[in-house]
Design a protein around this ligand. Structure first.
Ligand code: ACO
Length: 325
């Protein structure tokens, strides 16, 4: 039995903000943002649209492509750092209702920008353990709702979007999710976090506060370059594949400079890494499925291709997956 990615669905909000437009809001320029991050634009969820709306739309598209009905789903797993509600209910439950998948299990996971890789590993293990036939793994984010739009060092980095995959347990050896490595370094938790009102120490309520992203850019940069480097080396070691065996390496789309630095360190040509952060910026847990959807639309993913997915993000977390398409 294999756990296959049967299909990918993507939701990209229509509203697009270029670097030049951002330059009218904070003291920044297109030249600075492009040269430091490779980002040229970001898409922003329409007023009133929630993370669950983006995720539900991506999910419906993935289900339609796979020819799987929502009623056939065994569970829905949503990786997000920007759930509709803080704490509960899970965004997965809200999406379950929005797509009409009533009754199946639904839960969120929190692993920052590595959330999709964590989700893929959890879901494929649940399916392999014969706990069902079909699952949805969704990465969905509305990061621009928790962005501090006065902080030029972070507000230029993020965008909104969602990507969903249908995973199916199928009688076909050799394809699907072959190997995954997950890890974390909680010592770096405060290098990237959502600052919120301090939890009350008594029953008296503190005034509500909109959470916003706080980041130590240099620490995150160093961690991200190291994560890509170490993950590739460990995947090579564990899987016994050679780099030449991989059709594509798909990194989390945080920043082109991070990918370029890791590629240089490993002596891998940059063209082997697929990047689209120029158009969408960093969409956290949604970035990898958004890339997969784009690559599929462009006909870049062929049946039997070996690809490597690499995630790194808040936690700090990291994870890599080897997939035979
Ligand atoms: N426009 C213009 N100037 C800016 C901007 C901006 N948007 N942001 C920062 N600067 C300025 C700083 O104020 C500083 O000015 P100063 O020297 O006068 O003090 C100067 O640029 C250099 O700032 P640094 O922070 O040293 O810039 P750096 O070269 O480190 O780049 C960056 C900053 C791009 C954030 C980098 O640290 C980075 O890529 N970090 C990784 C963070 C990341 O990708 N996070 C995404 C989320 S995490 C994830 O997905 C894994």
């Amino acid at each position: 039995m294999s756990v296959l990615i049967r299909s990918v669905g993507v939701h990209i909000p229509e509203r697009r903000i270029t670097n030049d437009e951002l330059g009218k809001m904070v003291d920044t320029t297109d030249e600075w943002i492009r040269s430091h991050t490779g980002i040229g634009a970001r898409h922003i969820a329409a007023d009133g649209m929630l993370t669950s709306d983006l995720g539900a739309d991506a999910a419906k598209k993935a289900l339609a492509k796979a020819g799987v009905s929502p009623k056939e789903l065994d569970f829905i797993l949503v990786a997000t750092a920007t759930s509709d509600y803080l704490g509960f209910p899970s965004t997965a439950c809200i999406i379950q209702d929005k797509i009409g998948a009533h009754g199946c299990a639904a839960f969120d996971i929190t692993a920052g920008c590595t959330g999709f890789i964590y989700g893929l590993e959890i879901a494929s293990n649940m399916l392999s353990a014969r706990r069902g036939h079909h699952a949805l793994v969704i990465g969905a984010e509305t990061l621009t709702r928790v962005t501090d739009w006065t902080d030029r060092s972070t507000c230029v980095l993020f965008g909104d979007g969602a990507g969903a995959v249908v995973l199916s347990n199928i009688e076909e050896g050799g394809r699907g999710v072959l190997k995954t490595i997950l890890g974390a370094d909680g010592g770096g938790a405060l290098d990237l976090y959502l600052k919120q009102a301090e939890r009350p120490k008594s029953f008296e309520r503190a005034p509500a506060q909109v959470p916003s992203i706080v980041m130590n850019g240099k620490n995150v940069y160093n961690f991200a370059v190291k994560s890509i480097t170490v993950l590739i080396e460990r995947i090579m070691h564990l899987s016994m594949y050679r780099l030449e065996d991989f059709a594509w390496i798909v990194p989390h789309q945080a920043n082109a400079r991070i990918v370029q630095a890791a590629a240089k360190r490993l002596g891998i040509p940059e063209e082997r890494f697929y990047m689209n952060m120029e158009e969408y910026a960093n969409t956290s847990a949604a970035s990898i499925p958004i890339v997969l959807g784009e690559m599929e639309d462009k006909g870049l993913l062929k049946r039997g291709d070996l690809i490597m997915l690499l995630g790194f993000g808040a936690g700090l977390t990291f994870g890599g997956s080897v997939i035979r398409w």
